[in-house]
Design a protein around this ligand. Structure first.
Ligand code: AHR
Length: 510
C-alpha cells in the first residue's frame, strides 16, 4: 500500500478551465475521415454520409474543438479541391501518407459534421506548398459574408452564412524534415507573420496559432520557438506543441510517469515565449496550443511497418494507418497527460488529442461494421464533461516511484476543479503503481464537503491485466463504481486500486 495526501484550497486557483483544452483532431489520414466519421452507405450513415454511430460516440466523448484537415496532410493540400460539386473534385496523391485522396469530403462537409458533433472548428492552412495568398483566400471564402468572388463562391456552394471560423493554425510541423515544405525557423517565422497579417486584413477577429516544435526532442527545439516568435509575436496568439508518448522496452514505470515530461515541455515553451516577450517589450502574452498529444506506439509496435506496407501496396484510398489499440496502462497515462494540461491551464489554452477516430484514437470503427470506445476514451470523456469552473492548485505529498527516464514521480497524480456555480469539486486521480493500491486523503480547505456525487474508477476487469484493451466485441476496460469513498469535515478519503484512473465529484458548501 502507498499513501498520498493532497491539499486543495479554495483560494489557490490556477485560473478558469479553458474549455478548448478538451479538443480533438480529424486529419485526412488513414481511416479518420473515410470510414471513420464519413462513410456513405454505412447502415448508420445519414443523408450526408456521416456515420451517426460515430457521431453518438463523439458526442459522448465531448470534444469542444476539432482541428482539421491535418497534420502532415495539410502541408500538401489545396483547400479548393474540397469545395464545389463532389463529382467535379479532383483525385489527388497525398504524399504525406501515400494515399489517394478523393476529396469527397472537404470544408463544407467538415463544417456540417462539426455542427452535428457540436464542436468548434480549428482550421489549419497549408504553409508547406502554399503561402499568403491561399491563406487569405481561404479566410475570405470561409468568413466573409458575401459580395466578393470567394464569399459568393461559398454561397453558390450551398453555405449562405459565413462559416465564421475563429481559430486557425498557421501550418503544421514545418520544423520537421519529413514535412512537405519544411522550413528553417527564419523562413517559417517570416511566412507566418505575413500570412497572419494578410488573414487578419480579411477578418481581424480570428485567433492564430504559430507552429512550434514537432516535439521537444527536435534539434531546433527552443531556437525554433524563439526565432518564430521573434518574427511573428505581434501577429499570433498561440504557439503550438506536439508530443506523443509510448512505453519503451517494457519500462512501464517510466511510461506511467511521462506526464512529467509534458510538464517540463510546457514550462520550457512558456519560458521561451516569455523571454521573447521581455526582449521585445511586448505587453501581451503568447499562450500555448498543445494541438497534438496522445499515446502513440511510433516505434516498437508497427507504425513503421504499416507505413512501408502502405507504400509497397501502391496508392490506395483510406488505407489502415496507425490504428493503435489502447490498453489499461495507456488509459492511465492519458489521464495523467490530461492532468498535466489542466494543471497548466493558465497558459495552455487549447489542446487536441490526436486523433478522433481510428488513427491513434479513442474511437475505432470497422468499415460497414460497428464503432466502439477504446480504453483511453474514458479519462477524456469524464474530464471534458466534468472539469468545470476554476482549476484548483493541488499540493501533493505522496510516496514516490523511481523511473529510469523521468526521475522520481508521485505515485498518485491529480488535477482538480471547482465549479462554483454548481457547488462542486471534481478530482481526477491516477495511481501509477502497477502493484500497490494507494490510500489517498484529500484535504479541502475553504470548502465543506457534503456528499459524493460520483465516484468511478477505470480498471481492467478482475485481474488488473495492464495490457488488456477493448475490442469491437467487448469493451473490457470501462468505468466502474469506486466503493469506499468517505467524506468528513476536512475532506475526502479513498483507496485507489493499483494502475487505475478515477474521477470523484463532491458537492461542497463554501
Ligand atoms: O497525428 C499524426 C501525425 O503526427 C500528424 O499528421 C503530424 O502532424 C504528426 O507528426
Amino acid at each position: 500500500m502507498t499513501r498520498a495526501r493532497i491539499t486543495l484550497d479554495r483560494d489557490y486557483t490556477v485560473g478558469d478551465v479553458p474549455r478548448r483544452l478538451f479538443g480533438s483532431f480529424v486529419e485526412h489520414m488513414g481511416r479518420c475521415v473515410y470510414t471513420g466519421i464519413y462513410e456513405p452507405g454505412h447502415p448508420s450513415a445519414d443523408a450526408d454520409g456521416f456515420r451517426t454511430d460515430v457521431l453518438d460516440l463523439v458526442r459522448e466523448l465531448g470534444p469542444t474543438v476539432v482541428r482539421y484537415p491535418g497534420g502532415n496532410f495539410v502541408s500538401g493540400y489545396n483547400w479548393e479541391d474540397g469545395v464545389g460539386p463532389v463529382e467535379d473534385r479532383p483525385r489527388r496523391l497525398d504524399g504525406a501518407w501515400h494515399t489517394l485522396e478523393t476529396n469527397a469530403f472537404g470544408l463544407h462537409e467538415f463544417m456540417a459534421w462539426s455542427k452535428l458533433a457540436d464542436v468548434e472548428v480549428m482550421q489549419a492552412i497549408n504553409l508547406g506548398t502554399r503561402g499568403v495568398d491561399a491563406a487569405r483566400e481561404l479566410v475570405e471564402y470561409a468568413n466573409h459574408p458575401g459580395g466578393t468572388y470567394l464569399s459568393d463562391l461559398r454561397r453558390s456552394n450551398g453555405a449562405a452564412e459565413p462559416f465564421d471560423i475563429r481559430l486557425w493554425c498557421l501550418g503544421n510541423e514545418l520544423d520537421g524534415q519529413w514535412q512537405i515544405g519544411h522550413k528553417t525557423p527564419d523562413e517559417y517565422g517570416r511566412l507566418a507573420k505575413e500570412a497572419a497579417k494578410a488573414m487578419r486584413y480579411v477578418d481581424p477577429t480570428i485567433e492564430l496559432v504559430a507552429v512550434g516544435s514537432s516535439n521537444s526532442g527536435m534539434a531546433t527545439f527552443g531556437e525554433w520557438e524563439h526565432t518564430v516568435l521573434s518574427h511573428a509575436y505581434d501577429e499570433v496568439d498561440y504557439i503550438s506543441m506536439h508530443a506523443y508518448y509510448q512505453e519503451f522496452d517494457g519500462d512501464a514505470a517510466s511510461f506511467l510517469a511521462c506526464a512529467l515530461d509534458m510538464d517540463h515541455f510546457i514550462e520550457s515553451v512558456v519560458a521561451t515565449a516569455d523571454a521573447v516577450r521581455a526582449r521585445g517589450r511586448h505587453s501581451k502574452r503568447i499562450n500555448l496550443s498543445f494541438d497534438e498529444w496522445n499515446v502513440w506506439y511510433q516505434s516498437g509496435r508497427d507504425t513503421e511497418d504499416q507505413l512501408h506496407r502502405v507504400q509497397e501496396s501502391g496508392w490506395r484510398e483510406h488505407p489502415r494507418l496507425i490504428e493503435d489499440e489502447y490498453t489499461m496502462t495507456d488509459a492511465v497515462v492519458v489521464g495523467t497527460l490530461l492532468n498535466s494540461l489542466l494543471r497548466h491551464g493558465d497558459r495552455v489554452k487549447i489542446a487536441n488529442q490526436a486523433q478522433l477516430v481510428n488513427v491513434i484514437a479513442p474511437i475505432l470503427t470497422e468499415e460497414n461494421g460497428p464503432a466502439w470506445r477504446q480504453a483511453i476514451f474514458w479519462p477524456f470523456a469524464r474530464m471534458a464533461a466534468l472539469a468545470r469552473g476554476r482549476i484548483l492548485s493541488a499540493r501533493v505529498a505522496a510516496d514516490r516511484i523511481e523511473t529510469a527516464r523521468y526521475g522520481d514521480a508521485d505515485v498518485v497524480d491529480v488535477s482538480a476543479t471547482w465549479d462554483e456555480e454548481n457547488s462542486r469539486v471534481a478530482l481526477f486521480l491516477a495511481n501509477r503503481s502497477l502493484d500497490d493500491a494507494a490510500e489517498v486523503e484529500i484535504a479541502l480547505h475553504g470548502f465543506t464537503p457534503e456528499h459524493i456525487v460520483r465516484a468511478e474508477v477505470l480498471e481492467a476487469p478482475d485481474d488488473a491485466d495492464r495490457n488488456v484493451s477493448n475490442t469491437k466485441d467487448a469493451e473490457r476496460v470501462r468505468l466502474q463504481p469506486l466503493r469506499g469513498v468517505t467524506v468528513s469535515d476536512g475532506g475526502v478519503a479513498l483507496r485507489l486500486p493499483a494502475l487505475s484512473w478515477a474521477v470523484i465529484e463532491v458537492d461542497v458548501a463554501v
